[in-house]
Structure formats: structure tokens, C-alpha cells
Design a protein around this ligand. Sequence first.
Ligand code: EPU
Length: 421
Amino acid sequence: MDKLIITGGNPLHGELRISGAKNAALPILAAALLSETPIVIGNVPHLQDITTTMELLGRMGVHLVVDEKLNIEIDTGTITNFFAPYELVRTMRASILVLGPLLSRFGKAEVSLPGGCAIGSRPVNLHLQGLAAMGADIHVRNGYIHAEAKRLRGCRIVLDMVTVTGTENLVMAAALADGTTLIENAAREPEVVDLANFLNAMGAKIHGAGTDIIEIEGVTALSGQGAHYSILPDRIETGTYLVAAAMTGGKVRLKNTRPDLLDAVLFKLKEAGADITTTDSTIELDMHGRRPLSVSLRTAPYPAFPTDMQAQFTAMNSVADGVGVITETVFENRFMHVQEMQRMGADIALESNTAIIRGRQGLTAAPVMATDLRASASLVLAGLVAEGQTVVDRIYHIDRGYECIEEKLSQLGAEIRRVPH
Ligand code: EPU
């Protein structure tokens, strides 16, 4: 397993290009299963989760061609089976996103039930209940979801909880259903909107994505007609580099991003003392060399503060001036980074789903590791300010969601390198 070695102390300075959004690319690659003709998807980030998705589609017999710019052409004309095996689903829960499209276009799917997860139990009951309401026959046997339907029927679905991939699965299923589907209490995340835009570009009739009621008028076929769709920028990657700059007292300019998708995060960064200027596609953050001020926040579904930025703000608060209180409301076990940060000298008290962080002047380097993507990234951020050499182990988690993190941070002046195991 590769490790990252970081020598802390350098303020980050410079300019970076933000990659395409992992959590938009995953549902959009799955949605390509709905297209009768080849489709090309661009601005796809170079990530382990994308490789896993391509392997999953490839094993179904889907023909994929990747060019040197990582545009992916997907042709489902060669599909031979509708099966997502445990060995792939267990490495990436988002594999569940093939369930809706397979069922709605081909009438059947066999998808391994995702197992437990480091950040919470993460069941998929709402995905299954929604599909069953649309007329699917669903059984869970031997760890697999077996789903069948002649043609799904449009209906009204009220989700018990806001679920991002659940909403996405149901939108994809409804796109080819007979009649109109209404999804209420739908996730409003920008990645849901990007998926709906992609489906509409293929001829789907989806209205209201980005609000909590999505209406999908089913159509009989979707087609890419050789179309090219570009994935939206990654708001979480953007936020992570902004926090890295804020923690180190630096100044960075991020381009190819979308500031309008980061309101809650930018608001908190300003509260932490950052000067922020934006254009439609760039964000510049300047700390003027100052130490950040502590901020308090509560995670919740979009447009509130994202759970995927919680660990990074915990890291920032650990070196900020003052006391910050962070409450996690989306996942029940998403504080795995806290114990590792404590080993680096952070003063954090955990009380159920709330972390109380007393900012210290500095952290000290230690060997650390984490069991999920954003937690691992937050340890890299902690390493950027710690005195000495921090070794972050198990970085395959980071490679699932951050494109070339060590190259991008080096470009901003950080002292960071990857060592093979
Ligand atoms: N939930 C249920 N039943 C369901 C579905 C969800 O109880 O059927 C619960 C979950 O256990 C959780 C809450 O609902 O407590 C919200 O989970 P959600 O379904 O929204 O999460 P997800 O769709 O599995 C996506 C992202 C995550 C991100 C969350 C929340 C993708 C591929 N993943 O997961 O991204 O944290 O939404 O915004 O889009 C990451 O990128 O690091 C990551 C974990």
C-alpha cells in the first residue's frame, strides 16, 4: 500500500485546475447504460472509483473506449449480462447505481448488496422501496439484490430521508418507466442536477432536479446519438484545497470550478478569516498569512454544509484560533479522523455526533491512517501544518476520490511525496 509523506510548514500558494466531480461521474457512467447509442463523457476525473465503474460496466459486456484526455465512449450495444458482483461492489458502494438503469432498460438486474461502511451503516432500503413502488419484483438472496420488472410504472415516491444515490437510482429508473414519477423529499445535490441534465441531453423528460420534488415523465428510449457530455467540477475537491490553503495561511486560485455550488463552504471559510473572490469558474482564497479563526457548523443535505467537507474543517479547527463545534447529522460514524488527529496533538472532545475542537497553535507529525476517503484527506491537511514528517498510510482511500493529490499539493508548494509500500 502506498503512503504519503508530508513535511508540514509551507503555506500553499499558486493556481490549480479542479477535476470533474467523482460523485457526478459515477451516476452518469451508470446512466450511460440507458443509452441505445454510443455516448461520450468528458471531464471524467482520473480516480480509482472511475476505474472500478469502468470494470463493472466492462464485465457486463459494455464496450468502453478511453482517449488520452480521459473522454470515455460508452457503447451498451454489446451488453451480455446484468450482474454486479460482490467483489466490485464491496470496493465501491456506488456500484448500486447500476440497479435502476439495468432494471428499467433491460428488465432485470442482479446486484450485490453493499456491505457495512466505515462511516455508517448506509443501507439501500430506500432505493429498493422506490423501485418496488414502481412495480419491480425485488428479492434479496445470498447477499444479492435480484430485481425484475417487465416495464417499470411511474408513481409517486416520498423518500423517508434525503438520499443522494437513492434519488439518482430512482431518477434513472423512472426515465424509461411507463408514465410520470414524482420523487418527493429528493436530494438537491448539484450531482443530482448534473445527472438529470445528462439524461435530458439523451432525451429524458426530467423537471425539478435541484429542488426537493423531481418529476420524471417516462420515455420509451434514450439515445446519446454520439453526444458529448462534460461532467461538472468537483465541489468537494475544490473545498478541500481551499481549506488546505486556509489552514496554511496561504493564497490559492482554483480554476475550472463552480463557486455557486459551494455557498455553505465559502461562507464558513470567510467566517474563518479568508478573503474570497470568485468569478463564474474560479475561486481565489487569500489568508494574508493569518491563522484561521475557529468555526462551528452542522452537516446536512445540500444546500447546507456538506458531510464530505466535515473532516477537512475538523482539521482546520484543530489549528484555528478559538473553539469550534462540529455536528455530523448525515452519517452516524464519520469521526474516524478524530483519533488520528489527536495523535498529532489536536485537542478534540467527541460527544456522540459532535466534535468540540479547541484550536492549538500547531500539530506535531505522526504516522496516521484512516478508513474513509474524506477522513484520509483531512489527515493530509493536518500533515501540511504539522511540525515534522507525517506519514499517511492506506492512501488508496484518497486515490478513490482525489486526482493526483500529491502532484496538486506540490504544485501549490507543499512538501509531499508518495512512497510505494
Ligand atoms: N440512507 C438510508 N437508506 C437508504 C439510503 C440512505 O437510511 O436507502 C441514509 C444513509 O445511511 C445516510 C443518509 O441516508 O445516513 C444519507 O445517505 P445518502 O444515501 O445520501 O448517501 P450516498 O448516496 O450513499 C452520497 C455520496 C457520499 C456523500 C453522501 C451524502 C456518492 C457516490 N456518494 O452517498 O460521498 O457523503 O451522498 O452527501 O454520491 C464521498 O464522496 O466521500 C462520499 C461518501
